[in-house]
Design a protein around this ligand. Structure first.
Ligand code: ATP
Length: 458
């Protein structure tokens, strides 16, 4: 990774902390690796992203139903889904310092750092990881030695017990994906609404994975948020439906304000696909840490509903209305990560330029995602008549938009810089002229241009 990329990532992490977007989880106690807390602006940005998704994919569509399932589920869910047996990552241990790391990540970093190797050429099967670890012997990033244990599989689900008895029958897991809460409710929604095919169920919520080495800020966390859709289709149409979703995913990345040239489709080869998938496209984004997975789109066939039918002994078939045609619907699954969307949005928005010979940092956030849309300032905070007028304007805009901030700290220049850093598109200043002409100065974040606008026209 080149130095500039590293510097950009560090600048974003530092801004996110300083300005109240994202803090290390449990930081006062030394932190808890792989966990992050969202501060006042972070939670706003996160909600704006999640609400945008809900609006685009649930509210604005006729064929989509929202649900919100429990995080803890019957252990049979995870046995039937294959997660107990196969939801694993390849772990290797350094024989010198005993650091435990992901074999595929070590090889990928090795490929990125060295001469002409391309990480996509490495397959992630245990066998090929073992042979590549033996061939390339990457250095341990902690102690520098090149002495590794053989790769072995490590299950990433957090295990817990439900109820006061600690035995096998009480075992449960924190869900590693939200999808299973959708599949287990497919029949319920069918019974309540009986939608025509194709239709989708959508859910947002926490997912937990005991990642071997969480890293890269919020990109790889142990606790994160997913937004998933299971779109139930007639298997005869799977290719058409899959292609429609490819288009919808691009609409989504556009709505996030991500430049199209930084979003890439990676056709995942069969050997690397999840156990349930017949086709997968990983949508990758050029993050400052490199090109990495932003979200996934998978054709999951009837794998999950078929498993439920078999293991729970309940009929999962869909009867096409007015006919005797019955089949288990197949599923297209777009799976979005909230934190990765946030990190992409922050990376795309982070901008440095020069204003009046001074370096300026600002977040060029799309207006509909910015945590604060208007910052309202009286020119001088010790002039009661200005403060009173500014309060009036603040109240009007607050009622109308909600995400409005009062800012009277320091001089106007400092206020602009501060609002630029958190991505506020408009700063509104109330000065002595306002008292005469009922107009305010509005300053545009991106151009820094200032305009006089009547309060009634705001
Ligand atoms: P990766 O290969 O990067 O580990 P994955 O292929 O295992 O990701 P999926 O199981 O397809 O990820 O999960 C769907 C989405 O959930 C991902 O595209 C990503 O946006 C998000 N996601 C998955 N794991 C994490 C994590 N540990 N931290 C943050 N987001 C995650």
């Amino acid at each position: 990774m080149d130095k500039n990329k590293n510097e950009k990532m560090e600048a974003i992490v530092s801004l996110a902390k300083r300005r109240g977007f994202i803090y290390q989880g449990s930081e006062v106690y030394g932190g808890l690796s792989g966990t992050w807390d969202f501060g006042p602006l972070g939670v706003s940005l996160k909600r704006n992203i999640m609400n945008l998704w809900w609006k685009m994919f649930v509210q604005d569509r006729e064929d989509m139903y929202g649900i919100d399932a429990a995080i803890l589920m019957n252990q049979k869910v995870w046995k039937a889904s294959g997660h107990v047996d196969t939801f694993t990552d390849p772990l290797v241990e350094c024989n010198n310092c005993h650091s435990r790391l992901r074999a595929d990540h070590l090889l990928k970093d090795f490929a990125n750092d060295s001469h002409g190797l391309i990480h996509e050429e490495f397959s992630n099967t245990l066998e090929s990881l073992k042979s590549n670890m033996d061939t390339f012997k990457p250095a341990c990033p902690v102690c520098g030695k090149q002495d590794w244990s053989e790769p072995r599989t490590f299950n990433m689900m957090f295990k817990t017990h439900v109820g006061p008895v600690d035995d096998e029958s009480s075992v449960s897991y924190l869900r590693p994906e939200t999808a299973q809460g959708i599949f287990t409710n497919y029949k319920n929604v069918l019974d309540s609404f009986y939608p025509d095919l194709p239709f989708g169920l959508a859910q947002q919520g926490k997912a937990f994975r005991n990642e071997i080495s969480p890293r890269d800020f919020i990109f790889r966390s142990r606790e994160f948020e997913q937004m998933e859709i299971e779109y139930f289709i007639d298997p005869a149409n799977w290719e058409t439906e899959f292609n429609k979703w490819v288009g919808l995913v691009h609409d989504w990345t556009d709505a996030l304000g991500l430049p199209a040239e930084n979003v890439h489709e990676l056709e995942v080869p069969e050997a690397d696909r999840a156990h349930y998938s017949k086709r997968t496209i990983d949508f990758e984004f050029d993050f400052p840490i490199g090109r990495e997975e932003l979200l996934g789109l998978a054709y999951r066939t009837d794998f999950d509903l078929g498993n439920i039918q078999r293991e729970a002994g309940k009929n999962m078939e869909y009867t096409v209305k007015g006919t005797n045609t019955k089949f288990i619907p197949h599923v297209i699954e777009p799976s979005f990560g909230v934190e990765r969307a946030m990190m992409a949005v922050l990376s795309a928005a982070y901008t440095e330029d020069e204003v009046n010979g001074e370096k300026r940092v600002y977040l060029k956030l799309p207006e509909h995602l910015a945590p604060v849309k208007y910052a309202i300032s009286p020119l001088l905070k010790n002039k009661p008549e200005l403060v009173a007028k500014a309060r009036e304007v603040y109240d009007i805009l607050k009622k109308k938009h909600g995400n409005v901030m009062w800012d009277d700290n320091g001089n106007i220049g400092k206020r602009y810089r501060r609002q630029d850093e958190i991505g506020t598109p408009f700063c509104v200043v109330i000065d002595f002229e306002t008292l005469e002409d009922e107009a305010v100065t509005i300053r545009d974040r991106d151009t820094t241009e200032q305009k006089r606008v009547k309060i009634t026209d705001l």
